[in-house]
Design a protein around this ligand. Structure first.
Ligand code: BGC
Length: 418
């Protein structure tokens, strides 16, 4: 889960301001009221035999004004981690999941030179407060998606449409990541507790719309090289152009990842768009008429289980352990969710049997939640949330995943699991 999507009343963040300004379909409001109900939500996770839980810390709650630290909010997250530990749920903590304090954005966000330093102060406070009660740290969730939506498509804050700005921000996120990597290790290694620091990489399987078209294959290759490979390599090596460095025979010895998080949802069919900058990435062609496209989720994304295997195999080449930090489906047909889980886990198992070091699998998401500019309509949850009453109801797919978690091995599901 991520803070803004479930906690509710996240009023000091840039996303909240974006919603109030009417840029999106629905406002997050009380969301799942998880800020108050975290204990009962963790009880559900425990009943479902989960042994890990991913959450994000909300920077804007901890530092609502520049340099003003909210001790109550810090204590809240300490209680959250303690509540997870009491239930034997391993906390997986994300430091930045798309939202920033409003003041940070107003000062220019990640485009201002001081951004890394400001983020550093926040990271320092979090590490000081949570310290050795957290082993798994994720610095950034999906940097490329964040940059694309906020600085190229302009549908998320700060709503810009500029490739140069996008690259500047990406570079800054990379520096912020290496800084946070050092900081977490510097603070915690000496305590005899070795933290594992990574980031969550969104990967999409790309395939040409027309496999016989050279241009479609080229656009597919550009997307694959950039969105999937280059960004993962940059975060691992702490350099935006690690391959160029390699060509220049400058070896980069350091590594800035102890593990890599994989967020996997779908496959895209790519169509050539043109030779100019930006267009080289091609465009995604409509699945409606594509003969190879499989079933889709309620947002129209193709369900393509083999893709998780392909991504895991690709990431395995880094030699790093991989944690599946997100994999899930939004659907109003819960039988489809059960099949999704079954088919994707079978592919994860296939990758593991071929030696890919998979640390774990986190389904997205425990609860239905606020899906950014799509609002509350998409239902990703194992647990249904009735937003009017805040009542939770376990879906059959939740029980199906629970039976796998309990047994520690794959069990057959018939799509109507109870
Ligand atoms: C994001 C989540 C989001 C999910 C489903 C991921 O890209 O990390 O915040 O809810 O996908 O769209």
């Amino acid at each position: 889960m991520s803070a803004h999507q479930v906690e509710g009343e996240n009023a000091y963040s840039d996303w909240w301001a974006w919603e109030q300004a009417g840029h999106v379909k629905g406002r997050s409001g009380l969301a799942c009221d998880h800020y108050r109900r975290f204990r009962e939500d963790f009880d559900l996770a425990k009943q479902l035999h989960h042994n890990a839980h991913r959450l994000s810390i909300e920077w804007s709650r901890i530092e609502p004004q520049p340099g003003r630290w909210d001790e109550e909010a810090i204590a809240h997250y300490q209680e959250v981690i303690a509540a997870l530990r009491e239930r034997h749920l391993e906390p997986i903590v994300t430091l930045f999941h798309f939202t920033s304090p409003k003041w940070f954005s107003e000062r220019g966000g990640w485009q201002q030179p001081k951004a890394t330093e400001q983020f550093g102060h926040y990271v320092e406070r979090v590490v000081e407060a949570l310290g050795s009660s957290v082993r798994y740290w994720i610095t950034f969730n999906e940097p490329a998606i964040y940059v694309y939506q906020g600085y190229v498509a302009g549908v998320w804050p700060p709503g810009q449409r500029s490739w140069p700005a996008a690259f500047r921000v990406l570079e800054r996120l990379l520096h912020a990541h290496t800084m946070a990597y050092h900081l977490i290790h510097a603070r915690l290694d000496s305590q005899g507790f070795v933290p594992l620091v990574g980031f969550a990489k969104h990967m999409v399987v790309f395939t040409p719309c027309n496999p016989r078209s050279r241009k479609d294959r080229l656009a597919t290759w550009v997307r694959q090289s950039y969105f999937n490979s280059a960004i993962a390599e940059s975060f691992e090596r702490g350099h935006l152009l690690p391959r160029l460095q390699h060509l220049l025979r400058r070896s980069i010895h350091r590594r800035y990842l102890d593990f890599i998080g994989l967020n996997y949802y779908t496959r895209d069919f790519v169509h050539f768009k043109g030779w100019t900058w930006g267009k080289l990435f091609g465009e995604v062609c409509s699945l409606t008429h594509h003969p190879d496209a499989g079933v889709r989720n309620s947002l129209g994304w193709e369900v393509y289980p083999q893709g998780i295997y392909q991504c895991l195999k690709q990431l395995a080449r880094t030699g790093l352990p991989v944690l599946v930090t997100e994999n899930g489906i939004c659907t109003n047909d819960d039988g489809q969710r059960t099949r999704f889980i079954q088919d994707h886990l079978a592919e994860v198992a296939r990758a593991m049997s071929e030696g890919v070091p998979v640390l774990g699998y986190l389904y997205w998401s425990l609860l239905d939640n606020y899906e950014w500019h799509e609002g509350f309509v998409p239902r990703f949850g194992l647990v249904e949330v009735d937003y009017a009453t805040q009542r939770r109801r376990m879906r059959p797919s939740a029980r199906y995943l629970a039976s796998i978690a309990k047994a520690g091995q794959l069990v057959p599901g018939n799509g109507t699991a109870e």
